[in-house]
Design a protein around this ligand. Structure first.
Ligand code: NAD
Length: 323
């Protein structure tokens, strides 16, 4: 588990030089970029990067610091101090329409969205209340939906959009004590894979990241050396690339952190078809369990529902066994 790792030893071995955002030829001049939950953590890292790369940055966050100052204002100030352009928005992502409306009013367009705002309400399922369930759903899934839904017609009209949605390893693989969060993060995955297919024809490209970073969300469980190794700055470059017009990649899921980048996709076992010329029984399933579930030999990587279905149809048409 996370707790058994020698994090400090690992961190000592790792150089943490940070990103290069000054000499990047991939610029965002004229592009309007919204980052939700950008008052701290990962979102702040993205906002500062986009600011340095020439974007007009909309920093959304409803949070305040201990002195009662809006986090979004502090990030806007920092972007401006580097010569960038930014403006703050304090709405909850649940009010996606109001957020997008204010952006259109100010800049006349919306090019890139990083749906990043998030919260945790970790509890074992037995102890989880309806409120724990609903709040996590509302911020992650409903918030991502409302923001994206409000921006979608603008992106369709301009035939341009880049959307980066935030899942989590917990959404991909599940975790003890995070049933609400894992449901929400998996839901974001489902929303994104469908929108990727709907958006493509209008050059609206949707991708998903599952980041690992040292932030307020993880600070309580990780030592400082590790937080440094897992700086949001090491996730930001992937978000920058996926958000750029030169990116043509759409509908993929990436795990990313500490300068490490990887893609995740589904693998389906080759499967095995029972002899349907006779009735298929529960015993048949039990007897062929290993054959259904074997990942040795032929496996599939369906990228969408059509590919999933067409390989099954091909198998049926060939009269038999797994494709
Ligand atoms: P964070 O807590 O540092 O930042 C999240 C920000 O979202 C906060 O500033 C908070 O004020 C803001 N926010 C919360 N609810 C909001 C709302 N309704 N409307 C607008 N803003 C709101 O967390 P982080 O670690 O930077 O996480 C960013 C995203 O990455 C989240 O979606 C999180 O689930 C995801 N994530 C993080 C990690 C990690 O290792 N840090 C791992 C997997 C996924």
């Amino acid at each position: 588990s996370m707790a058994d790792v020698d994090w400090v030893g690992l961190a000592k071995k790792s150089k943490t030089l940070g990103p290069n955002q000054e000499s990047s030829p991939l610029k965002f001049d004229g592009r309007v970029v919204l980052i939700t939950g950008a008052g701290g953590g990962l979102g702040k890292g993205y906002a500062l990067m986009f600011g340095k790369l020439g974007a007009k940055v909309v920093v959304n966050d409803l949070g305040k610091n201990r002195e009662g100052i809006m986090l979004a204002d502090l990030v806007v100030k920092e972007i401006k101090s580097h010569g960038g352009e930014a403006f703050a928005n304090y709405d909850s992502v649940e009010n996606g329409e109001a957020i997008i409306e204010s952006i259109i009013k100010k800049y006349g367009r919306i090019d890139v969205i990083v749906n990043n705002a998030g919260i945790l309400r970790d509890k074992s399922f037995a102890k989880m209340s309806d409120q724990d369930w609903e709040l996590v759903y509302k911020v992650h899934i409903y918030g991502t939906y409302k923001i994206t839904k409000a921006a979608w017609p603008h992106m369709m009209k301009q035939n341009y959009g880049r959307i980066i949605n935030t899942s989590s390893a917990v959404g991909l693989y599940g975790n003890f004590g995070q049933a609400n969060y894992s449901t929400a993060k998996a839901g974001i995955l489902g929303l994104s894979t469908s929108l990727a297919q709907e958006g493509k024809r209008n050059n609206i490209l949707v991708n998903v990241i599952a980041p690992n970073a040292g932030t307020a969300m993880t600070a309580t469980i990780l030592p400082q050396e590790v937080v440094d190794m897992l700086k949001p700055d090491y996730v930001a470059p992937l978000v920058g690339f996926l958000g750029h017009e030169s990116n043509q990649h759409c509908g993929s899921v990436f795990e990313v952190g500490s300068g490490w980048f990887a893609q995740v996709h589904w693998q389906r076992s080759g499967g095995y078809r029972l002899d349907t010329s006779r009735a298929v029984s529960v015993e048949d399933v039990a007897a062929n369990w290993t054959k259904f579930n074997s990942f040795d030999g032929k496996v599939d990587y369906p990228k969408n529902a059509q590919e999933s279905f067409s390989s099954i149809v091909a198998m049926l048409a060939s009269g038999g066994k797994a494709s």
